[in-house]
Write a protein that binds this ligand. Structure first.
Ligand code: ADP
Length: 706
């Protein structure tokens, strides 16, 4: 079963979930990327700041060096020595320098050589750093002389210290060194300090910068002149910062390369936090999705169950109604609406409608019974339990017609087993009643025809019975005539004879009247039997029932030669019955009994009619193994029995005894016993039979005492 609209909704929901997941992922990606970028920018900014600081430090250091150089108290120049262009070490020994110069050189490892030159740039004295082997073999320095000249010319022009462009000097023991000349003008000459670029980096910047980064001096075109620091590792990300070091006479670039792991997903706490939150978010999303899926499944199942329930409720033909504890309708099914002809809305109209004065509480209550129903409802709401087997009631359709219903009511319990109202089921009994009525009518017609048939059978008995009084009447009449004629012949002279004749005639006429009365009685008894009487149950004395059928029974008894024995217990209560029907039963049973004895071999023919107060209760006084025995407890029963001493009932007759139209007589109809049983059971009693000792059969039936 598929619920309409469910699939489309499911698609819509899936699409929304997908969108949500994509948005969350995009958000997370952006946040992580931003955090990473922020981290990179941070690192770059730190590096830039460090580099700027380093350049400033460098300037300060160089400036201090210049000051230190200027502060050297150099001894006066020896002109004679200066003219001699021999070996510097021999010409100008350490004596040419004050002791602070040597200390300066020891302290400032970046300076590899200190020269003192005269105004014509002729070297006067040289001091080498104690940390290196000699770089220049000659004091004159050959080609490097140009760099010194450049620096000193600039210094001369500026009247301030100036630097030369850097230059590369190959070393004696292999390799080379990049050098930078500083020319400081002093009295009557210059002080030329030679810086090793690499040493400058190591000494002036190393302590602050070199750790974890690569620091280099480069030319503006990018050529690196000197490098210190760690070499770049593979798979790392490089941050580069460059700063111009603008020295008088020369411009350098300080380049710092920092690095860090390139695919750094958790560059810092922030990113880690963001990632953790993202993971939590995604997990929650997944859990939510799973929960939603489960809920969807449950929803789907619930919808299916509901649809099934609804289909069930809609298709049952039993009307269903639920009421709350205040007696208000909370639910009606379509069958109920159809039954009463009101729509569900009309039935469940608001309280304002139903509480209107003069309106019955439920529109399907017949106006004349509304009061009684109101009481019934009040009793129910007060906690009175309805009968389990249901009860009958009358409801009213919208068109005003009344119809019988069978109602089953039960408390409505919720999941906590607490009563929340009442649930009722209704069965429309109209059709059942119609069928019952039909069968009752046909039953009645059948009984009437059976009675007529009985009368037909009795016609011969009747004619036989009537011949006697009629013959008597005829003979009395002719006797009277004779007397009258004889009297006329003798004349009226003899007064005494006339009086005698007169009294005899009067006697004959009286006899005639008696016989006519007797014939009339016979005819009346038949007429009484055939006449339709009202079909009502009334208390009737058992004796009256016997008396009513006795004349008819005796008609046949006389013909067959049967003695009728009647035994009635005294006292007896009246029985509650339809007397016409019960008389018919008695007559049928009596006739059957007499017919069973109408055989030449039976000499002593007795039919015993007995009425006693039946014992026991339930089952019409015979236990409940016989059908139709639905008698209430404690009822009293009156038992009628008809016993014959006839042929009895054989096995094969027994099997079909109560089957309609079963008969062993050529002129029988076979309806007698089946009708008898129906009548007795309609009265709540039971009809049974048993062999009669020593011969024959006894039929017994019970009727409720009034
Ligand atoms: P009918 O009297 O028209 O035959 P019943 O239904 O009254 O129809 O009886 C059916 C048959 O039951 C009779 O034909 C008869 O064979 C048998 N029967 C009824 N009562 C007795 C009885 N008292 N003794 C023997 N047989 C009986």
């Amino acid at each position: 079963m598929s619920v309409p609209g469910f699939e489309r909704n499911a698609w819509q929901r899936w699409f929304l979930w997908l969108l949500l997941a994509m948005l969350v992922l995009a958000l997370l990606g952006t946040v992580v990327w931003l955090a990473g970028r922020h981290e990179v920018e941070q690192a770059q900014a730190v590096l830039d700041r460090d580099t700027t600081d380093a350049v400033a430090d460098l300037r300060v250091s160089l400036q201090r060096n210049i000051q230190s150089l200027r502060a050297l108290r150099l001894p006066a120049q020896n002109e004679g020595q200066a003219g001699n262009g021999g070996d510097a070490q021999t010409l100008q020994g350490d004596a040419a320098w004050p002791p602070e110069a040597a200390a300066l050189m020891r302290e400032h490892r970046e300076m590899v050589r200190l020269e003192r030159r005269d105004a014509g740039l002729v070297p006067l004295a040289v001091l080498e750093t104690p940390y290196r082997t000699r770089i220049f073999d000659k004091v004159t320095r050959g080609s490097e002389q140009n760099d010194v000249a450049l620096a000193c010319t600039a210094a001369h022009k500026l009247a301030a210290p100036a630097y030369s462009p850097s230059h590369y000097v190959p070393m004696l023991e292999g390799g080379g060194i990049e050098l930078l000349e500083l020319c400081v003008p002093i009295d009557g000459g210059y002080l030329v300090a030679t810086y090793g670029l690499r040493d400058m980096l190591t000494e002036l910047l190393g302590p602050t910068l070199a750790r974890g980064q690569e620091v280099a001096f480069a030319e503006p075109d990018g050529t690196r002149l000197a490098i210190i620091g760690v070499r770049r590792r593979a798979g790392t990300r490089i941050f580069t910062s460059q700063q111009l070091v603008d020295l008088p006479g020369f411009t350098l670039i300080l380049r710092v390369d920092g690095w860090r792991a390139a695919p750094d997903l958790f560059p810092n706490l922030l990113t880690a936090l963001v990632t953790a939150i993202s993971i939590a978010l995604v997990s929650v999303l997944v859990l939510l999705a799973r929960d939603t899926r489960r809920r969807l499944k449950a929803e789907f199942e619930l919808a299916e169950t509901l649809a099934f329930r609804k289909a069930m409720e809609d298709s049952v033909i039993t009307g269903l109604r639920a009421r709350d504890l205040r007696g208000r309708l909370t639910y009606v099914n379509p069958a109920f609406c159809e039954m009463v002809g009101f729509s569900a809305e009309e039935l469940m109209a608001g309280p304002g409608h139903r509480d209107a004065p003069g309106m019955p509480e439920a529109p399907y209550w017949p106006t004349e019974l509304a009061h009684e129903y109101q009481q019934r409802q009040a009793h129910r709401l007060a906690g009175g339990m309805p009968p389990r087997e249901g009860f009958e009631s009358i409801f009213m359709r919208k068109d005003g017609s009344r119809f019988p219903v069978l109602i089953f009511e039960a408390p409505l319990l919720n999941a906590q087993r607490v009563q929340t109202g009442w649930m009722s089921a209704f069965i429309d009994l109209s059709e059942q009643r119609r069928i019952e009525e039909l069968s009752r009518a046909s039953q009645e017609r059948l009984q009437a025809s059976a009675r007529l048939a009985t009368v037909g059978e009795m016609a011969s008995l009747l004619s036989h019975e009537l011949t006697q009084p009629l013959a008597a009447i005829a003979s009395y009449a002719s006797g009277s005539l004779n007397l009258l004629e004889g009297g006329a012949d003798q004349g009226s002279a003899d007064k005494g004879v006339a009086i005698e004749i007169h009294s005899e005639i009067a006697m004959a006429v009286r006899r005639i009247a008696e016989q006519a009365d007797r014939a009339g009685q016979v005819i009346r008894s038949v007429h009484d039997f055939v006449r339709r009487r009202d079909r009502t149950r009334e208390p009737v004395a058992p004796r009256a029932l016997i008396d009513a059928v006795l004349p008819l029974v005796q008609l046949q008894a006389r013909k067959v030669g049967v003695r009728i024995d009647i035994a009635l217990q005294d006292p007896l209560p009246a029985v509650l019955c339809d007397r016409t029907l019960v008389e018919q039963v008695l007559l049928n049973l009596a006739r059957n009994g007499m017919q069973a004895m109408d055989l030449p071999e039976f000499v002593d023919r007795v039919l015993t009619l007995r009425v006693i107060l039946g014992g026991g209760s339930g089952g019409g006084g015979y236990g409940s193994n016989h059908g139709g025995a639905r008698a209430a407890e404690g009822r009293r029963w009156v038992e009628f029995s008809v016993a014959d001493v006839g042929i009895g009932i054989s096995r094969d007759v027994e099997e079909r005894l109560f089957t309609p139209f079963f008969t062993t007589r050529p002129d029988g109809m076979g309806l007698g016993l089946s009708l008898c049983r129906t009548v007795v059971e309609q009265h709540g009693g039971v009809l049974v039979y048993a062999p009669h000792r020593p011969r024959g059969t006894v039929f017994r039936f019970t009727l409720p005492a009034a």
